[in-house]
Write a protein that binds this ligand. Sequence first.
Ligand code: SAH
Ligand code: SF4
Length: 350
Amino acid sequence: MREFLDLSFAEVAALMASWGEPPFRAPQIWKWAWRHLGTAFADMTDLPRDLRARLGEAFTLAGPVPIAHQGDGEGTEKVLLSLRDRQAIEAVLIREDDRRTVCISTQVGCPGGCPFCATGKMGYVRDLTAGEIAAQVLHFARELRGAGERVTHVVVMGMGEPLLNYDATLQALRNLNDRRGFALGARRVTVSTVGVVPGIVRLAGEGLQVNLAVSLHAPDDALRRELVPLAERWPLADVLAAADRYASATGRRVSYEYVLLRGVNDRLDHARDLARLLRGRLAHVNLIPFNPAPGLPYEPPEPNTVDAFRRELVLHGVDATVRRSRGVAIQAGCGQLRGQRTEGALKQPS
Ligand code: SAH
Ligand code: SF4
């Protein structure tokens, strides 16, 4: 059985045509799946009974199964989802003012192997399918619907490196963006990459106005190679050139992420070198103080070091903010996702 959410609209339309169905069927079914957030073909009451049965025999629509749900009591929730092969991934909902942001995963584990990241420590298991990626958003959309709310933003910053699972990630984003269904504006989506140059260049050519965030973490290649093993393949100069290309193709300002690790990359001369690297670009730096997770050998800097680093960047002409990760207490912050149950966290009814 195939997962219906893996299909593009064009594939649904071709399938309906091949089954001899009229042209309005594809948008009708699409709307059930992507707008009404249906989980069973049997519920699609305006479809002929035999078509519902045929769809139900060929496809599943239920998506990954939530097996644990944790809230931090301050509006951030993490869900552990079990996939069909019993692998598990995590996705996070962050409520902030009137924003409802879902942070999604694109792989089980990650081939990136960054030593400060809990997902990287897991190693790489497999890519998610387009349906598995989009279903994480639909999970929280269903939950929010109960409160009359909607998902307003999506950040592709969970487990995995999205640009190393390019096709499925793009398919998921296009499906979520499709106006006939979920209709999530591309400008409300941010894709974070560790700097996969061919992926950034390809994304620049998609004609999709998603925001790009590039994880730098160091102002020079030597230090960056220690923190980001994939930097061996894609040096800083190439990463920045690709990001510039993205900015000029889309007119969107690129964000640069920089995890601050105490005593490693948090000195003022690092900030000055970073400013020199980025000055004059359509850029913004997000500083993320390190979030601890079991087995990671780093510490976050003191708050005043973080603030001094930010001021040094601004002083040297580069726009910068400190991102306070949400959900750190339930291991839902940046870099803390492992696809496992978190001990000691309170379990909430889903
Ligand atoms: N693979 C992509 C997207 C997922 S990681 C990437 O690396 O960009 C999303 C963000 O979380 C990245 O900027 C990453 O550097 C950051 N991150 C990873 N581990 C972290 C940790 N322990 N504390 C704070 N941020 C972390
Ligand atoms: Fe992978 Fe990103 Fe974690 Fe590095 S920081 S291991 S690229 S998820």
